[in-house]
Design a protein around this ligand. Structure first.
Ligand SMILES: Cc1cc2nc3c(=O)[nH]c(=O)nc-3n(C[C@H](O)[C@H](O)[C@H](O)COP(=O)(O)OP(=O)(O)OC[C@H]3O[C@@H](n4cnc5c(N)ncnc54)[C@H](O)[C@@H]3O)c2cc1C
Length: 377
């Protein structure tokens, strides 16, 4: 479908990502689902191809791209049917990396950014805890100043890239007020910092998700990221980029599921004709496609609004809620039309069905997003 938001450069980026998926991802990603991780070489090759730092500054090997180009990348990447691969990359580029990009000072960027963009350092962001997810200000991890060091104590939960990352952007309380949150940079290998355990998930099997434990972890004072006490607001700011990327993932899953289902129902015979010949099936697919295309246009509108400098927290929250629910409706219906085959592990539709579930939960659960919408009326 023609997209008025896309330029010829965007189309080239889409083609480049599509070729990367075809060559480097789709033939191998089923094996990564079994090993529970995306190999480092693949991420490095993405970095070498200039695909891991599109929004970051050119002086650090990034692409100086705006929100629209960034969305084009996320949507192109989301044409893969392997959600675990997609989220491994998007956490690095759109959820963790932006903390360094937006809040890092010159010395921090000089130290890390080039290697982040090259895929030599993989990043993770640690906000959620066993006792606080949606309620970011409710976290209990603390950071206490001791001389020229900060001492971190606490536990983080459900951290994507948690096992295999090198660099972690971690939220901790630095005061007694509810919103007294500060972000810190923690390198893997810092004494007292350990990865608790890799979690077994329903989907996103090639993405590693871990519990992180900070036991009197001492980091130098220059590892404070952004302003002391202002971390809550940088988390909220970065959520806008993260949520547009998650919407792209949801829309990508919808378009893939619809295409897989069109291919399937056109050839599958039942009661003397193809499933496509059943009016109820083709009309329901048509409606799912209509909803997907509407969500896709809203997603592009949100990214375009970001490029115009508009405050669109309400719209992005709507987008996250809408696409997180829509992808579950689309994928589950498409799975239904695959019959028993949709319940078999090797099929892409079964994987999409498992992977879609978390898109209504992670990065802002639907109910919480709708509260963000409602309180802005
Ligand atoms: C696979 C996976 C990867 C993740 N990766 C990361 C990561 O890399 N970094 C990170 O920091 N976190 C990560 N998360 C955490 C994720 O963002 C949280 O799970 C999510 O924000 C929800 O928090 P919670 O699990 O604590 O649920 P809760 O906050 O306990 O919410 C439980 C339910 O209650 C609802 N609810 C909560 N508050 C309200 C309210 N006010 N009104 C109505 N309903 C409400 C929620 O919508 C939800 O349905 C990941 C999670 C998963 C599952």
């Amino acid at each position: 479908m023609d997209n008025i938001y896309l330029s010829p450069e965007h189309e080239l980026l889409r083609d480049q990502v599509a070729r990367f998926l075809e060559r480097e991802v789709e033939p191998h990603a089923a094996a990564w689902e079994n090993t529970g991780m995306v190999p480092r070489e693949v991420l490095r090759r993405m970095g070498q191809a200039g695909l891991l730092g599109l929004m970051f500054e050119g002086e650090y090997g990034g692409g100086d791209a705006d929100a629209m180009t960034n969305l084009v990348f996320a949507e192109a990447l989301s044409q893969s049917t392997f959600g675990g691969f997609i989220i491994t990359v998007l956490v690095h580029t759109d959820m963790a990396g932006p903390h360094l990009h937006h809040a890092g000072n010159a010395a921090q960027k000089a130290r890390y950014m080039q290697r982040v963009t090259a895929g030599e350092l993989i990043t993770a962001v640690g906000i959620t805890e066993p006792g606080a997810g949606s309620d970011v200000a409710g976290i209990r991890t603390t950071a206490r100043k001791d001389g020229n060091e900060w001492v971190l104590n606490g536990t983080k939960m459900f951290i994507t890239n948690g096992v295999h990352a090198d660099l972690y952007f971690v939220a901790a309380k630095t005061g007694t007020a509810r919103h007294d949150v500060t972000m810190f940079i923690v390198e893997k290998g810092t004494p007292g910092f350990s990865v608790g355990r890799a979690l077994h998930k329903t989907g996103w099997l090639s993405s590693d998700t871990a519990e992180l434990v900070f036991d009197n972890v001492r980091i130098p004072e220059e590892n404070l990221l952004g302003e002391e006490g202002k971390g809550f607001y940088s988390v909220m700011k970065n959520f806008q980029t993260e949520r547009i990327a998650l919407a792209a993932m949801a829309v990508g899953h919808c378009t893939q599921a619809i295409q897989l289902t069109l291919d399937y129902v056109r050839q599958r015979q039942a009661f003397g004709a193809t499933l496509w010949d059943k009016q109820t099936i083709r009309q329901r697919i048509a409606m799912l496609d209509a909803k997907t295309r509407a969500a896709q246009q809203f997603m592009y509108h949100c990214a375009w609004s970001v490029t115009q400098g508009r405050d669109i927290v309400q719209e992005v929250s709507m987008l996250k809620a809408l696409t997180g629910e829509l992808v579950n409706e689309v994928v589950q219906t498409c799975q239904q039309f695959h019959g028993g085959m949709g319940f078999i592990r090797e099929t892409a539709i079964e994987r999409l069905w498992r992977d879609a579930r978390v898109l209504a939960i992670g990065g802002g659960a639907t109910e919480v997003m709708l509260e963000e919408v409602a309180k802005r009326y």
